[in-house]
Unconditional design. Sequence first.
Length: 333
Amino acid sequence: MRIFITGVAGFLGSHLADRLIKLGNEVIGVDNLIGGDIDNVNDSVEFHQVDCDLDTMVTLMKDCDIVFHAACTAHDGFSLFSPYLITKNTFQITMSVLSAAVQNKVKKFVFCSSMSRYGEQKKMPFTEDMLCNPTVPYGVAKYASELVVKQLCELNGINWVVIVPHNIIGPRQCYTDPFRNVAAIMINRMLQSKQPIIYGDGSHKRCFSYIDDVIYCLEKVLVQGNVNGEIINVGPDEEFVSINELAETIADIMNFPLKPIYVPIRPNEVKYATCSSDKARKLLDYSTKTSLKDGLVSMVNFISQKGSKNFNYTYPIEIINEITPITWRNKLI
């Protein structure tokens, strides 16, 4: 098949491209490299360094069978302080990619959403049938994108699937972005002999997905007919850990003397967030192959080999006031 991937130089997109090429598919990929890395792109990808504007997407998507849309500025809490940037590069680019897909009459459109769609819920784990209650603009933009994907695909006879990964970890994850990727930030700081920074008391809890377990599901989503018109959580629901426990595990792997730096919690931070993977087990034969610790070991090895780097504050902070996290205001990470 001829498969179009947005965000192909990013963490998820590049791993998916590798797998699809290995399976014998032709991959056309786009990325503007503001968050991706050209080193991530498989040599067999027909790569285009472009923004996801409509005219460009219409041209490059010609004769593609499937679109996998992963490109976005995937910043959860940061979207409260740069809402224009994050929603533009989440909702608006989805409209460009989606419109181009309709114009090119692709067979299937797979949208990569976020567990940020769920926001605060009264019950856990989060299930796909829950009413979404996002607490940050990024989550709103992802959920709004889902709704339009469903509307336009069904109107135009295109199969669609929405996948909702947990917090994905593994090699190639950007570790120089101070606004996202908590495990990568901690590892990068520890390699610099700096203590990890934890917002709040560290008791808020998350689940983390190793990249290979996610890719296993995605390759099935692209070809299986029984997932058309479905929203599917992807990732482990067995290891639900606090941010304190995450820091302790990383420190143990790195033999690092842990004394975290605690700062005020970020606004609108969801206390507990974990998704049920029962639907993925049923439809995609999902199972967790990689434990959290093994996934973190892989990340530590990757970042150590690449070398610790300074954090990159290239994204503009649009709203700076007394509630903007001091770590971002003063570039303390």
